[in-house]
Design a protein around this ligand. Sequence first.
Ligand SMILES: NC(=O)c1ccc[n+]([C@@H]2O[C@H](COP(=O)([O-])OP(=O)(O)OC[C@H]3O[C@@H](n4cnc5c(N)ncnc54)[C@H](O)[C@@H]3O)[C@@H](O)[C@H]2O)c1
Length: 438
Amino acid sequence: MRLGVLGLGAISPYFLRAIEADPELELTGVCDLDPRKLAPFAERGTACFTDFTELLDAGKADAVVVTLPNDVHTPAVLAALARGVPVCCEKPLTVAAAEAEVMEATARTTGTTLFTAFHRRYNTNLRALTGHLPRDRRDIVRVTARYHENIAEHTGGEQWYLDPERCGGGCLIDNGPNALDAVRHLVGPLTLRDATLGDVRGGAEFYATLSLDADGIPVDVELDWALETGEVKDVVVELRDGRTLAADLLAGYDGFKSSLDHEYVGILAEFRQAVAAGPDWRDPGPGLVRLVEEAYRVGRAKEPRLRMAAKEPVSARVVKLLFHTRDDRGMRLSPWASRCVAAGEVHELVTTVDRPRDPGDEVNRVGFLGFAEFSAATVLQRGDEVYAGDRRLGTVSGFDECHAPNHYNILIATDRVLGAADIDLRVGDHIRFAEAPQ
Ligand SMILES: NC(=O)c1ccc[n+]([C@@H]2O[C@H](COP(=O)([O-])OP(=O)(O)OC[C@H]3O[C@@H](n4cnc5c(N)ncnc54)[C@H](O)[C@@H]3O)[C@@H](O)[C@H]2O)c1
């Protein structure tokens, strides 16, 4: 098979070496926008192009490998499929499910092979783990996959990875497909249950957790782009009898990315089979594009910060103590979930065992701690943790504004109503408000 390689960046050497290692394959054309990357190939007499349509039209390739930036996959793959040239495309196949559907339709109508390169399914350690799985899948309690790395060590200096417009997102779209494919290869098709994105920098998430289900088996996938250095890529299977089986995908491959060599040989061997199978080959790539898109939909609808606090804790110094409790106070929950507080403002601290939820809900069973002066500006919000010294009092459940604009009653959900004497509070003590752990 005469192969063309579109894109000569960081990952291309693994394909080029795999082509060289396979006597059934011959590199006949390469394409890159950067002429410096083409020069060594021109010296060897390989046909060189800066425009992938010209490579495709030159008739020098029976099939192509696409190792272009994510946002260029769709035009390149469609150009190849439209010409009846089989494509092996790096993951993620595309950055949008709608584009993957157009690819599938074009592959179908032209009878041309579309193949996504998921390299981890050929990893020797993952394959060994597959062989050790119990026959009865009910014996599997949970599967966990981790894909942790420092993205700067993988980009080959190119900036498009950190541009969500070009990459399609962050670690979820970058490492999600390979991690998910590895797990899917182990335990079968996955359904998304939940997704959380965190540590968002410039619109790209550096951390993501996915919770999935493989026909009754819970699956957790954790993706991290911000490891200080090195890589953690493993899959752990917990069994009903208490044992765990694990595959460290990098074990035995000590050099940086050295496991990739055998995995990319595996990709091209299967690609040849897929081309031979013709229209019978069903590419698993579009399914994972859909799964990743669904995970973004779920994750982006939620609070994104996972690892960084969104605000600093703030202290309020007690300036007047209160001691009384009431069970008929008739406060009303304000509609606001958060309130800005300026440095130097004084507000009243009220404990309550009532659990108001909706604006206007009554708050009757209350204890009064006193008034406190905030040392710094902050945004107080429902759910904030409240501490007196080391003692956790409870969480902010909202605000009552019956004394506004003089001051707010900050309602603190506690296990029992507390006045100042109940916690031995003194004038000058500090009450601390901290963001709840996420
Ligand atoms: N780097 C990795 O570890 C890794 C691993 C697995 C998969 N991948 C995937 O492989 C693909 C390529 O990644 P990479 O790290 O090699 O990227 P890269 O930026 O290092 O290489 C991309 C190459 O494509 C060229 N290029 C860009 N636009 C072009 C165009 N329109 N026409 C021709 N050439 C063009 C660039 O000049 C560059 O040489 C991505 O989809 C990525 O997700 C990368």
